[in-house]
Design a protein around this ligand. Structure first.
Ligand SMILES: [Zn+2]
Ligand SMILES: [Zn+2]
Length: 311
């Protein structure tokens, strides 16, 4: 099958990569669209030095083989964390933190940038009929944005700042606008990108004010100090970006001002699919690339670049 792999140094298109064999609990899925995100680009920069294999964790595909027969032929999206079911995290309702976790296209599990992928059937979610694959492919990142609403309280009118004006920030902004009545401010450096946020948030190119909740979605360790400065004492700083390398922050300020720091990763798929299906999230169109054009796709500055595996 066609696949785009990380070979330890760069992304590489391979025309005859072996199709992975599904385990008994898994389904075999024929990929329609596999989208790239900053995590994939961070992998190329060394974020997961121990990962080699098929890239990609955001996809829409059609189930071709499964022990759950009613799923065969259905269009699905899939959660990306494979858990063992028996460790202390799995047994205490935190399967996304399973100590034996494998992660699609990120950690010891071949990913979605290929003609086929395998994934545990329990992680699959059927895409509503009327929802185009080009939009459904946003389910995974939107779910990750919605994760914040499971972790942090947003009383009506609470002032919230989102630091960053990229893809992740836009997803978070709309997730919060659709599911809370927080008052949103987005702080970024690019006036042309900030325009996209205007329907839901006040936008600022120069940081100002203070906020009960600050969400760092900048993708850059340098902005962390800014995010801390914007967070009110006893307020919450939500960390949404992963990077290759480390970031340094002034821990004393966190202690003295009694800030809560909340990491935030993967989130709930069903509410994300619902928001997409109801058209309550407006996203720029994805840019589709042939799998052979992997260099161009990774170099793309589009809001969302994706591979089209449909023939
Ligand atoms: Zn992603
Ligand atoms: Zn486990």
């Amino acid at each position: 099958m066609r696949a785009i792999i990380f070979n330890g140094e760069s992304a590489e298109f391979i025309a005859d990569y072996p199709v992975s064999q599904r385990q008994a609990n898994e389904s075999l899925i024929e990929v329609q669209i596999a989208a790239l995100c900053s995590t994939d680009r961070e992998i190329l920069r060394g974020y997961r030095p121990d990962f080699k294999g098929v890239l990609g964790h955001e996809f829409v595909g059609i189930v071709r083989e499964s022990d759950t027969s009613h799923l065969i032929g259905q269009r699905v999206v899939g959660e990306i964390n494979l858990s063992c079911g028996t460790c202390l995290y799995c047994l205490s309702g935190r399967a996304n933190h399973c100590s034996e976790r494998l992660t699609l296209g990120i950690n010891h599990k071949d990913g979605a940038c290929a003609d086929f992928l395998t994934l545990p059937t329990e992680l699959l979610h059927v895409v509503p009929d009327g929802l185009p694959s080009e939009i459904a492919v946003f389910c995974e990142p939107l779910a990750a944005a919605l994760r914040i609403t499971e972790q942090v309280d947003f009383p009506a009118g609470v002032p919230v700042a989102i630091v960053g004006d990229g893809r992740l920030a836009l997803m978070i902004c709309q997730a919060l606008a659709a599911s809370t009545s927080a008052v949103l401010t987005v702080i970024g450096r690019h006036p042309e990108k900030l325009e996209l946020f205007a329907p839901w948030a006040t936008t600022l190119t120069k940081p100002q004010g203070s906020y009960e909740v600050v969400i760092d979605a900048s993708g850059s360790p340098e902005s962390l100090a800014l995010s801390i400065a914007l967070t009110r004492s006893e307020g919450t700083l939500v960390m949404k970006s992963t990077y290759a390398g480390t970031a340094s922050i002034d821990m004393s300020e966190v202690v003295v001002r009694e800030l809560r720091i909340q990491g935030s990763r993967c989130g709930p798929f069903e509410p994300a699919l619902r928001l997409l299906d109801e058209g309550r999230v407006a996203l720029p169109p994805i840019e589709l690339y042939a799998p052979e054009d992997s260099d161009a796709a990774f170099a793309s500055r589009a809001f969302k670049a994706a591979f089209d595996f449909r023939r």
